[in-house]
Design a protein around this ligand. Structure first.
Ligand SMILES: *Cc1c(COP(=O)(O)O)cnc(C)c1O
Length: 391
């Protein structure tokens, strides 16, 4: 038995079976590469599901976390620290509107907080897109349409209505003067990287304004530079009232954020919401290191360039029928339902990819992914599809 097999057996005996069997036991990472317990090397094209923006063990992130932890690690929200305030200022400045931040520890927690924030409008109706994913707490699950995730946990917090993603008329028909918020991902990540059609976000803004509803963008997966902009909605010119962030924000250190812009900045009063760990100095220092490194290494421009190169190479194979996304958030459709086999074949070739649906492959690699890795993967791509039996 290999070391990996032994640990996988112990995992099965000691961890709740919420994720199915782990595919690998990983031991270390560097840049866009990781190694398993048997010493095999992989190019990580999933980046911990759009989390490891700076790749693995980036010196700037390691330095920021270790320095902060050895100076002041945790203080509770009776107190604040410079990293917390500075991070809030930076994230709000990227949004291009006046506002205020609330820090949490994950995407679901950020969405949970934002869901509560919408209730402070004294309305309860929330309109959400089908195919969206917003997390696994009871509140975040209530906002997530997938029946398989919801059914075992019903009844969920109510007054949530789902409309087809990208359908302006359906959205306009669903929103009323009782609607607290419209919640959308500018790019649906878990659905397999589905980009909002041209004009859809602006239409959502108009509809929300007509009825006095908040417009809330879940940028947990699409935000923090992954698409080549700080937030995926920025190129649309639409200014939402609420933005939620998490995955890439801490570059692997857990942190989430809610940005409330305009009137949404002041909807919470003292005592309305809270968290013990949220906004702690270490997590905020990690996120500041991510922000500064994206700036100093020019990673927004690099994400666009590397993403375009990947998309062009992936679609070149006729067994790929469509490739979508912006920057380094990439989804593609296969001619046949072999996405799980493609993920397995890619792993055998030393590449980590993900299959969010039976026909779709998603890539969300570190923003530091090098061109040599891109080209090596594209060279292997036809053989990966051969081995997976895609035809
Ligand atoms: C992953 C994700 C979440 C949930 O984040 P967690 O940190 O897993 O709780 C919420 N929204 C979107 C768009 C996501 O991709």
């Amino acid at each position: 038995m290999t070391e990996q097999q032994a640990l996988q057996e112990r995992y099965a005996d000691s961890l709740m079976n919420t994720f199915g069997p782990p595919k690998l036991v990983l031991t270390r990472g560097e840049g866009a590469h990781v190694w398993d317990a048997d010493g095999k090397e992989y190019v990580d094209l999933l980046g911990g599901i759009a989390v490891n923006a700076l790749g693995h063990a980036h010196p700037a992130l390691v330095e920021a976390v270790t320095t902060q932890l050895s100076t002041l690690g945790h203080i509770s929200n009776f107190f604040t620290s410079a990293p917390q305030v500075e991070l809030a200022e930076r994230l709000l400045a990227f949004a291009g509107a006046e506002g205020k931040a609330f820090f949490a520890n994950s995407g679901a927690e950020a969405n949970e907080a934002a869901f509560k924030l919408t209730r402070r409008t004294e309305r309860t109706h929330v309109v959400v897109a089908e195919g969206g994913f917003h997390g696994r707490t009871m509140g975040a699950l209530a906002l997530t349409s997938k029946q398989a995730y919801r059914a075992p946990f019903e009844p969920l917090p109510g007054h949530v209505e789902f409309v087809p993603y990208g359908d302006e008329a359906a959205l306009a028909a669903a929103v009323t003067d009782d609607t607290a918020a419209v919640l959308l991902e500018p790019i649906q990540g878990e659905a397999g990287v589905v980009v909002a059609p041209e004009g859809y976000l602006a239409a959502a803004r108009r509809v929300a304004d007509e009825h006095g509803a908040l417009l809330w963008f879940d940028e947990v997966q699409s935000g923090m530079g992954r698409t080549g902009s700080w937030y995926a909605h920025l190129p649309s010119g639409v200014v939402p009232d609420v933005i939620t962030l998490a995955k890439g924000l801490g570059g692997g250190f857990p942190i989430g954020a809610v940005l409330g812009l305009g009137r949404a900045a002041d909807l919470f009063d003292p005592g309305n919401h809270g968290t013990t760990f949220g906004g702690n100095p270490v997590a905020c220092a990690a996120a500041l290191a991510v922000v500064r490194t994206i700036e100093s290494e020019g990673l927004l421009a690099h994400a666009v360039e590397a993403g375009d190169r990947l998309r062009a190479g992936l679609i070149a194979d006729p067994r790929v029928t469509e490739v979508r996304g912006e920057g380094l958030l990439i989804g593609l459709d296969l001619v046949s339902e072999h996405a799980a086999e493609v993920t397995a074949a890619a792993m055998a070739h030393g590449y980590i990819v993900n299959n969010p649906t039976p026909r779709r492959i998603r890539l969300a690699p570190p923003l530091v992914l090098g061109t040599a890795d891109v080209d090596a993967f594209l060279a292997a791509w036809p053989r990966i599809l051969d081995d997976a039996g895609v035809s």
